[in-house]
Design a protein around this ligand. Sequence first.
Ligand code: CA
Length: 225
Amino acid sequence: MRLLVIEDEFKLGEYLKKGLDENGYTTELARNGLDGQFRALQGDHDLVVLDVGLPGIDGFSILKSLRQRRKTPVLMLTARDRVEDRVRGLHEGADDYLVKPFAFPELLARVRALLRRSGPAQAETGLPKIADLELDLVRRRAFRGRQQLLLTSKEFALLALLVRRNGEILARTTIAEQVWDMNFDSDTNYVEVAVRRLRAKLDDPFTHKLLHTVRGMGYVLEDRS
Ligand code: CA
């Protein structure tokens, strides 16, 4: 799942990105209001963590412009424990708020709760069952039939991307960007290794293969039966 953190405090931003990445999310970090707004409106994020006090455009303005276009869940961070800020945030469409300073486990719990809440709508629009493959996005589990696939968090993120884009050929660079949030101009070997590892768990034990290599183009997950 892709998260966007908009936070201008350098250390806090780094800390949140690192913590969320370690918990299996792919986290983008924006360090000012303008960049944050641009990314929030362009990007396809599952959730936005939004600081209220930002240089340039503040969190409320970003929330307002985001709400005109998208329903992405928003968790607002405020340094000011002021009732009016909380009321305003929630009134303008924030889904939850957290007052600084907070402990990381608390933020993680709020993020998970919000993603769980927005889960059913997502399940309706996407994540089809492909042959006997099923993903539980909330618990981050994958199954083929009744057998659970024991995936690392990055393997799960890779599989979730392939399932979301079911039937579409994904270039190695696209995968690198979406799963690792990086640009791999030359070193797409990294992606090949990850795909090989995923395939060993997803396909190798089963006769019906789902993950296919398209020579010179990339990879596609589809039911070819
Ligand atoms: Ca701030």
